[in-house]
Design a protein around this ligand. Structure first.
Ligand code: CP
Length: 310
């Protein structure tokens, strides 16, 4: 692949290869080893048109650990403020010959559009409600490490599915790796075509979590809601917020995941989120760096092979 724009175009073997590479970096991270210089001499530009803590920081750390020259564009202070378009911004940066562009944008499809206009490799750091591929990959690595496999697992994805690019990328990835996925949440927060996704759907937490190996919680993504009806936060927490009582429906060794940022007391109980016997939320953050190192390493190899005509 030239770019990493989504999980959709990836073959299961490519997903496994990327996770194996990420495992290598995760182990090096754990041991405190040096990380090598897979990106030495390359320029990585991070363009975040939407707020981020985890994704932006981990892409920056990943690039620096592998020796890239990393520049974070301050999009709020860029010439977009003077009316320059996304495409003109991309063409301008392209003329400076970066090797890797990491892009987050509030509009679905914006990152794919940008990728058509530049010569370098583009990594999608989340576009609208479309895809967030590195999040799904880091979730997959976390699951594989906790469960020892990434197939034939029952995964309940709970909450605001309709507005979630994390849910979408995870659904695609988990399906490709032959897992059973259940979507759990209010009908008003389910995608319009949910019946065509080929997964189980319920608005009952006990039913959705029954014998699940993995419980993945999502926040209410108000910034992407367009008049969708949601109950009050109190009512929402009562019906859909994950706490120790609701988690009893899942397998006794089920893990609890959340991509972050989380809203404690809305979609998840704070004590459960911090329970290191059940929650792998901090592990997800740790795996975020390893997965982004692996993704940029693999794209840089492809880049060099193209340049060298291999
Ligand atoms: N999970 C995730 O994308 O978090 P950020 O918005 O903080 O990057």
């Amino acid at each position: 692949q030239r770019h990493l724009l989504g999980i959709e175009p990836l073959h299961p073997a490519e997903i496994t290869a990327l996770l194996d590479r990420a495992d290598h970096y995760a182990e090096a991270q754990r041991r405190g080893d040096r990380h090598g210089d897979a990106l030495a001499g390359l320029t990585q530009v991070n363009m975040f048109f939407e707020a981020s803590t985890r994704t932006q920081a981990s892409f920056e750390i990943a690039g620096k650990r592998l020796g890239a020259d990393v520049m974070n564009m301050a999009m709020q202070a860029s010439s977009l403020k003077k009316g320059e378009t996304l495409i003109d911004t991309a063409l301008t940066l392209n003329a400076m010959r970066p090797d890797l562009l990491v892009v987050r944008h509030p509009h679905s499809g914006a990152v794919n559009l940008l990728a058509e206009k530049v010569n370098c490799a583009v990594l999608n750091a989340g576009d609208g409600r479309h895809e967030h591929p590195t999040q799904a990959l880091l979730d997959a690595l976390t699951i594989r490490q906790a469960k020892g496999r990434l197939h034939r697992l029952t995964v309940a994805i709970c909450g605001d599915i309709a507005h979630s690019r994390v849910a979408r990328s995870n659904l695609i990835l988990l399906g490709k790796m032959e897992n059973r996925v259940r979507l759990v949440g209010p009908p008003t927060l389910m995608p319009a075509q949910v019946g065509e996704l080929g997964v189980e759907v319920t608005d009952d937490m006990a039913e959705g979590l029954r014998d699940a190996d993995v419980v993945m919680m999502l926040r209410l993504q108000r910034e992407r809601m367009d008049g969708a009806f949601i109950p009050s936060e109190r009512e929402y927490y009562h019906r859909f917020g994950l706490d120790a009582e609701k988690l009893r429906a899942a397998k006794p060794d089920a893990i609890v995941m959340h991509p972050g940022p989380m809203n404690r007391g809305v979609e998840i109980d704070g004590t459960l989120a911090d329970d290191i016997n059940r929650s792998v939320i901090q592990k997800q953050v740790e795996m975020g760096v390893a997965v982004r190192m692996a993704a940029m390493d693999l794209l840089a190899r492809n880049l060099r092979e193209r340049v060298n005509g291999v």
